[in-house]
Design a protein around this ligand. Structure first.
Ligand SMILES: [Zn+2]
Length: 127
């Protein structure tokens, strides 16, 4: 049965992943798949994940925790990309995207955590 993450191949009508660029059964490239839109959706998911981590830091009020959290976040994002890449047809671009995400998320997270630390110091540790 076809679930919400699946679709029918345009060529052979096999049930394949909704995100597949190429049918694993007949090898025909799927039309109507906008790769950039798919990527954008993936980036949005990672971005949301980062925001949730940032909120966690604010809720906990412990800025020190944020650095390992963001490193875990980056690793989790990369792992997610890698898993998604394995599930669908392999694309070399996806590998680079996963590497970029793995590197960029912790870097952005680190800078956000630095700013968070400064804000928290101003709010809580004044005087
Ligand atoms: Zn097919």
């Amino acid at each position: 049965m076809k679930n919400q993450n699946e679709k029918y191949c345009n060529e052979c009508a096999a049930i394949i992943s909704k995100n597949a660029y190429i049918c694993p059964h007949c090898g025909v490239k799927q039309s109507g798949v906008n790769i950039d839109t798919e990527r954008l959706a993936e980036s949005a998911k990672v971005g949301t994940f980062t925001v949730v981590l940032l909120l966690l830091v604010f809720i906990r009020g412990v800025a020190r925790v944020s650095i390992p959290l963001f490193i875990i976040g980056g690793a989790a994002s990369a792992a997610y990309y890698y898993y998604d890449m394995q599930k669908n047809s392999y694309s070399e671009d996806d590998f680079y995207v996963s590497v970029i995400v793995m590197i960029i998320v912790p870097i952005i997270g680190y800078f956000i955590s630095l700013i968070t630390t400064k804000i928290l110091r101003k709010l809580n540790y004044q005087g």
